[in-house]
Design a protein around this ligand. Structure first.
Ligand SMILES: C[S@@+](CC[C@H](N)C(=O)[O-])C[C@H]1O[C@@H](n2cnc3c(N)ncnc32)[C@H](O)[C@@H]1O
Length: 259
């Protein structure tokens, strides 16, 4: 008979490995496996540093279950603020782009809130694009470098451009927990010297894609807000900053046109 280890034993091993949410993670691993051999394999990999979300193949985001694959950025809870702020700008028929879409979590959250969107998503990483296609059935998910991935006929027609760009300064990537540093694609984390390299490209390109009154939204670190606001203002967009202390998120919004 295949006897599963008692949850307590799994919790103890996870806790000893430094997993802060050992009880919750043990529950997820137990629910994701159907034999003690499978469970042992996942516990071993988790103790070795793999993110629990990649091991079980999904993550909860904004009330949705988002499929995940190894190597793909694990959507963070703080990014629910980005989704909420973008959603507040939408209406039926809005044209929306989820640039740097990763698993497609933000786009999926927007569609769940407003099903009548015209959504496009894009990412440079083929694994992310594959994953986003699973989470966004029926949505065109393009592969390529930022705006270069998008159909040119979207130019000047995008109401909301949401981009959870990588924004960790290059030197700080090595200081991230191993589950991020070793198991999420480098391009999902590294935002260049000041962390704003990709944001800079998104903001400077946004103007050509937004409709009059359209907005670009991206997440930034607390210490990057001043620089991010300067980027937005420098691109001729009206900046606004939203923070959420509970989720630890900061979102910078740039609107094209008068307020
Ligand atoms: C911080 S992750 C965010 C993923 C997803 N939006 C989320 O919130 O979970 C950043 C994403 O940007 C993508 N990326 C980085 N550089 C890119 C580029 N030049 N063009 C398109 N995507 C890029 C990465 O592959 C990664 O999926």
């Amino acid at each position: 008979m295949d006897v599963a280890p008692a949850p307590g034993a799994v919790i103890d091993r996870l806790r000893a490995a430094g997993c802060v949410f050992a009880e919750e993670e043990a529950e997820l691993l137990l629910a994701a496996t159907s034999s003690s051999a499978e469970l042992e394999e996942l516990v071993r990999r988790r103790v070795g540093g793999e993110p629990v979300e990649q091991l079980v193949g999904w993550v909860a985001f904004d009330g949705l279950r988002i499929a995940l694959e190894p190597g793909v950025f694990v959507p963070r809870r703080r990014t629910e603020l980005l989704a909420a702020e973008a959603a507040a700008l939408l209406g039926p028929g809005s044209i929306v782009v989820d640039l740097c879409c990763g698993s497609g979590a933000v786009g999926a959250a927007l569609l769940a809130r407003e099903p009548d969107l015209l959504l496009h998503a894009a990412d440079l990483d083929p694994a992310a694009v594959r994953c986003a296609r699973r989470n966004l059935p029926g949505v065109p998910v393009h592969e390529g470098d930022l705006f270069g991935a998008l159909p040119p006929d979207l130019r000047g027609r995008v109401d909301v451009l949401v981009a959870n760009v990588p924004y960790v300064p290059t030197a700080a990537v090595a200081l991230m927990p191993p589950e991020a540093r070793d198991h999420e694609a480098r391009m999902a984390l590294d935002g260049g010297d000041d962390g704003l390299a990709v944001a800079r490209r998104v903001v400077s390109g946004a103007r050509g894609w937004l409709t009059a009154g359209g907005s670009v939204l991206f997440e930034a670190g607390e210490t990057q807000v001043t620089g991010a606001v300067e980027l937005v203002a420098g691109a001729g967009l009206r900046p606004r900053v939203v923070t959420d202390d509970e989720r630890g998120g900061t979102v910078v919004v740039g609107r094209l046109g008068p307020s």
